[in-house]
Structure formats: C-alpha cells, structure tokens
Design a protein around this ligand. Structure first.
Ligand code: ZN
Length: 459
C-alpha cells in the first residue's frame, strides 16, 4: 500500500491502523546502508532487517576489495566461497566493512565496477554494497552518505530527493561517482550533472545549456520528461568534442558521456550524442534480441528532435537519411532484426524500422497519427528505461495508440526476415532524392504529404 493511498483512507480508523502497520513493516523490510566517503576508501555499514541467514557479497570481480567484514560487536563474519555468512536473527542486524575503492578502481578499470576517471572514482553500487543475490525478495534499500570534504558522492536513484533503490537492482550496474566532484548547477529538477574533472567557471553555463537542450528536445517531443531523476556523469576525454555515451536504466536512470576538457559552446551546440542518449530514457528496457528497437529509435529520432528544436536544418536530416540508411539494409546472411545483431542492423536496421513505421502510420492516418503517438503511449503504459517490457507489449500499445496494425505488420515482415531489400522505392514514394550534394523534393510523389510533415511535424 502506498503512503498516498494510506493518507486518502486515514479518516477510517481501521484503515489508518492497517496503514500504520503496513508502513512500519515497509520501513523494517528496507536495508539501510551508510557510506563514509574517504579519498581512497569507502567505510560502510548496513542495517539489515530480521530474517533468515544471508550470504553477503558484491559483484564477483570486486570481492577481493571488500575488507574487514564484521558484525555489530566487531566479530568478523565467516566467509565461504566469496560470501560472508550472516546468521538468521529475529532482531535487526548490523554489518560493517570497508571497500578499497582506489585500489579496486586502478585494478579493475571498469566503469561498471570501479574505475578512476578524472578526479573521481566511478563505481557501481553492486561493487561495494554487500547484498545477497539469492534473497532479494521485493526488498528495497536506502543509502545515507557522509561526505568528508572535498569528497563528494553522487549516485543514480529513482527518487529525485533520496538515494534509494530496489535490492534486485544490485544484480547489475547502478552507477555512482565519488571524489573531488562539483556538480554543475542546473535548472532541471531531479537532474544531477556531475563532471569528473575540473570545469572552468565560464564553461558551467555551456554544459547546463547543452544538457537542458537535449532534455528539452525529448520532453517537447513526448510532452513530458521521461525520468524524474537522472545522473549525468561527464568523464574527461582529450580536449575537444563529445565522445561516446551510454545510458543505463537498471533501477535508476544514468547517462555516462565523455567530454573533451576544452569543448567549446559551438561543439556543445552541434552535439548529437546527448540527444541520442536521452531518447533512450523514454523507452522501457527490452530483451537483447530487440536492442535494434532501442538503438534504432534513438538513431531515427535524434536528428528529428534536433531539427524540431531548430538545431538542425530539415534538409540536413533528409541528407543524413538518404546518405546513411543503406547501412541498415540486410546483408547476404541476414536473418532479420531479432537474429542479426550487427552494428549496422542494430542501429540503422532499427532506424529503418522506425522510419517505415512513422511513414506508414502517417500515410494510413493522413498525418493524424505518427510514431510519436507510439512512444508517448508506451512511456505512459510501460514506463521509462528503468522498467522492463517486451516487443509484444510495445507493438500492442503502439498499434492501439495509432489505431493501425503498422507495428505488428512491420515486425512480422522485418523481425525474422532479411527485409527490406532496398530503400529506393520509399524515397521515390516520399518524393525526396539527392541531386549531387543537393536534396531535391518532388511534390507530385504519392507520399509527398507524409514527407512534408515527417521531420518537423505539422506546420
Ligand atoms: Zn544508443
């Protein structure tokens, strides 16, 4: 029972008593972690609710950096096969330990476990929070942080105001970073922008503008912000430009992107990477066989969203479509999008699926509906990247939202077969072509009415 529904029924005494008991149990069931952040190590404590025996451990590769595991009386816990055994108890239990963070970061150099980046250590909570993978239950945790200046700790969390999570999320990477980090002030509620390197004062506004622009593009397209809280980690890379990015939604939303330490405002303005990553936030997490839809939707929508924000000319988007999309066509040994996990088919094959879907939905509904209606409905019903969904649910919700069978038909055609064979007929139907370096349009083409609204929407 949620706190909100408890408040709503609080006028009924019996319900109020039941609510109080439920909330008490919920509080008791939560694991409370506490971390003291020091320059080279983390000093940790967990208060664990009463219950059965537990085998406490961290991500396997990080186990050897967990030290001095002991109970509340200071007695060492017995370790078997890389797990520390905590006996059953009818009372709450406390466990204390240390994590040799810098040693782990230097040795592992893996941002999914621990790695030094700039002035900070990037790590996953799963690498240093002791937990029991066989005993998640539906348990949740809260993390309290004690920072000792100049150390600062930032972490992905689903709650904009608190560091919390589901215990089950500790089965995968949940990013955090600590060290000499000075988060960048931003006007975006719930967004933490944490550069892992020193940033000059004059660059702060440029970075906030860059992140805000990308978030606004996604928010404008969908009519709402896809996540309540986002951790945006900026890792140093060379001097100029934006490097690769990665978006994670395991329990909480985070984006890790590398940024040149002398990147200019113009370079931030031209960047496409962050828009691509932020589009990922809006689609629920799909099984690996459908990574093509996750990457394809981000690849297809990124230039559209930037064009709608006035950051990219419409002709430039068409030029990119005409130039780049052949990379997504099937090669000789292709077995369809679900079964061909090459780079070209994942990014551009998936983008072709989205382009064909957008065109077909618009064609059948005379531009009344578009792929946008699919993403809006899927976000509303299935949630963002922190939730898991399936291709079947996305298709069912998307087709219902547009009143068509476009997604089901396209998936039947492309999911397990080497389709489409070519894109020439699509460009002809839309009435768009490259004449040398110039994009030319044919308004007599049968789908010219779709082409006119595809990139910028209704005008
Ligand atoms: Zn991507």
């Amino acid at each position: 029972m949620s706190i909100a529904s408890c408040v709503a029924s609080a006028s009924l005494v019996l319900f109020a008593v039941a609510c109080a008991a439920t909330e008490q149990r919920a509080a008791d069931a939560r694991w409370n972690y506490e971390v003291v952040v020091r320059a080279d190590e983390l000093v940790l404590e967990a208060r664990i609710p009463p219950g059965g025996a537990l085998n406490l451990s961290v991500a396997p590769a990080a186990r050897r950096f967990v030290r001095e595991v002991e109970d509340e009386r200071g007695a060492p816990l017995f370790a078997v096969d890389g797990a520390w055994r905590l006996p059953r108890s009818s009372a709450p239990r406390t466990v204390r330990w240390r994590f040799a963070a810098r040693e782990a970061a230097r040795s592992l150099d893996d941002v999914d476990l621990a790695a030094v980046r700039g002035n900070a250590i990037v790590a996953s909570l799963s690498a240093f929070l002791l937990h029991d993978s066989a005993n998640w239950g539906d348990g949740s945790f809260r993390l309290a942080v004690l920072e000792t200046a100049p150390q600062k700790f930032v972490c992905a969390s689903p709650d904009p105001d608190d560091l919390v999570g589901e215990l089950a999320s500790l089965d995968g990477p949940v990013p955090c970073a600590f060290g000499e980090i000075i988060p960048i002030p931003t006007g975006m509620d719930g967004v933490v922008i944490a550069p892992l390197m020193a940033v000059r004062l004059g660059e702060l506004a440029g970075i906030d503008d860059w992140a805000s622009a990308a978030m606004n593009e996604v928010e404008t397209y969908l009519g709402r912000r896809p996540v309540r809280r986002l951790l945006l980690l900026l890792a140093p890379r060379g001097t100029h430009g934006i490097g690769s990015g990665r978006t994670l939604g395991n329990g909480a939303a985070s984006i890790y992107v590398s940024v040149g330490t002398a990147t200019t405002d113009v370079e931030f303005e031209r960047d496409w990477v962050l828009t691509h990553e932020m589009i990922h936030l809006a689609l629920p997490s799909l099984p690996p066989q459908q990574e093509w839809l996750e990457e394809g939707s981000a690849t297809y929508l990124e230039p559209l969203l930037r064009a709608r924000a006035g950051r990219l000319a419409e002709n430039e988007v068409w030029r990119a479509l005409l130039d780049e999309y052949d990379q997504g066509l099937p090669e000789a040994d292709d077995a369809g999008l679900d079964r061909t996990r090459t780079w070209g088919r994942t990014y551009y094959g998936g983008a072709i699926f989205c382009l064909l879907a957008d065109v077909e939905i618009r064609a059948r509904t005379r531009n009344a509906k578009s792929l946008r209606d699919v993403f809006v409905a899927v976000l509303a019903e299935e949630g963002n990247l922190t939730r898991a969904s399936s291709i079947e649910r996305v298709i069912e919700i998307g087709d219902r939202a547009t009143g068509t069978n476009v997604l089901a038909e396209l998936y039947a055609r492309m999911g397990n077969a080497a389709e489409p064979k070519e894109l020439g007929s699509l460009w002809r139907d839309l009435g768009v072509a490259l004449d040398g370096d110039k994009v030319v349009f044919d308004d007599t083409a049968p789908l010219a009415f779709v082409r006119r609204e595809l990139i910028l929407g209704a005008r």
